[in-house]
Design a protein around this ligand. Structure first.
Ligand code: SF4
Length: 336
């Protein structure tokens, strides 16, 4: 697959090349490997310093696995991830620990990652204790500083996770990630479990933090409308592969891949007299255990032709917009 890269003028922070993550499926008396779940299959992209890449797709498309594999929370099957020129996937021990400090994650459900028996001030300080950063007073200062950054008050430090609302817990999750002074954060569906009004508040906090601290984000979401507000570029994933990738405004004004067009048609327009024509996809998402041959989208694609069932489309740039890349046999990109 050709690489989906950033503008040459920007400074690259992270590069993911041909990333593959397969999960073995075992069976029989001897628990031998009988199949593989192809969760991520040859995914490549780069993210520039200070940039937000939105990674979107339906549940099970592999987007969360990409985020977790980049951070080495899951071992990759093959491929490479370089962060500031260092090969992340080969790091071990102290080097991996230091890299993990620079690359943090905020989960969809921060409650699950908070110890219910610890006041949240201690939970936020956990990472800096593990990394032995600063003395006791400096740690308290850093916890308070980051709580304030996300809109929490000093007295919240002594309260327990169950005393907070969903939105406040997500702020705690963000403060936890910030205390380690990371450069890159994977935001793994950070607002999916929140009410719409709270979503906007958390997105604003993330945007302000990005400017203040020059953070770089990979924003994983199943909802295109959410990534539209925070991303500089957007990559759309389908069944373990990137189907389309482009700068945000280009993608939303000129979606090329039939899957992106279908996702986009489901976004409501906030004007009562205007309606989008909804593209309803037939069938369910096929299993990543046995993905379709050719274009993985072909069983559900409204414009599929014969070639789609046996020849996989390469991801290519549009002639009119080189930063816009699409994997489909029937776009301008395929006719170069
Ligand atoms: Fe549809 Fe064929 Fe394009 Fe795949 S390659 S998106 S099946 S038209």
């Amino acid at each position: 697959m050709s690489e989906t890269s950033i503008d040459n003028k920007t400074e690259e922070l992270i590069r993911v090349q041909n990333l593959v993550k397969y999960y073995p499926v075992t069976g029989g008396v001897f628990r031998r490997e009988i199949a593989q779940v192809k969760a991520v299959d040859d995914v490549s992209f780069s993210i520039a310093k200070g940039e937000t890449l939105g990674l979107v797709g339906e549940s099970g498309c592999g987007k969360t696995t990409v985020g977790h594999t980049i951070l080495q929370l899951l071992p990759a099957t093959s491929g490479s991830v370089t962060f500031e020129g260092t090969d992340v996937l080969s790091l071990k021990g102290a080097e991996l620990k230091e890299m993990r400090r620079k690359m943090q994650i905020v989960f969809q459900d921060p409650y699950a990652s908070l110890d219910p028996r610890l006041p949240i001030g201690e939970s936020i300080a956990e990472g800096i204790k593990i990394h032995k950063m600063g003395n006791a007073d400096e740690r308290v200062d850093r916890v308070i500083e980051n709580m304030r950054r996300v809109g929490l008050e000093n007295y919240h430090a002594n309260r327990y996770p169950h005393e907070f609302s969903g939105g406040q817990r997500q702020r705690i999750g963000i403060a936890r990630a910030l205390t380690l002074q990371p450069k890159f954060i994977v935001l793994d569906e950070p607002v999916s479990a929140l009410d719409v009004s709270i979503q906007a508040q958390v997105l604003n906090i993330l945007r302000n933090l990005q400017k203040e601290l020059e953070l770089t984000y990979l924003f994983v979401a199943h909802n295109l409308a959410v990534v539209e507000h925070i991303s500089d570029r957007v990559a759309v994933m389908y069944l373990g592969k990137i189907a389309e990738m482009a700068p945000r405004d280009e993608l939303f004004s000129n979606p090329q891949h039939p899957y992106t067009q279908a996702l986009m048609s489901a976004i409501p327009i906030p004007k009562p007299n205007r309606k989008r024509e909804r593209v309803i996809l037939s069938g369910d998402v096929p299993s990543p255990l046995n993905p379709p041959n050719g274009c993985r989208f072909h069983p559900r694609c409204p414009i599929a032709k014969d070639i789609c069932s046996h020849e996989e489309p390469e991801i290519k740039s549009l002639v009119s917009e080189p930063k816009h890349k699409v994997a489909c046999h029937f776009t301008e990109a395929a006719t170069q």
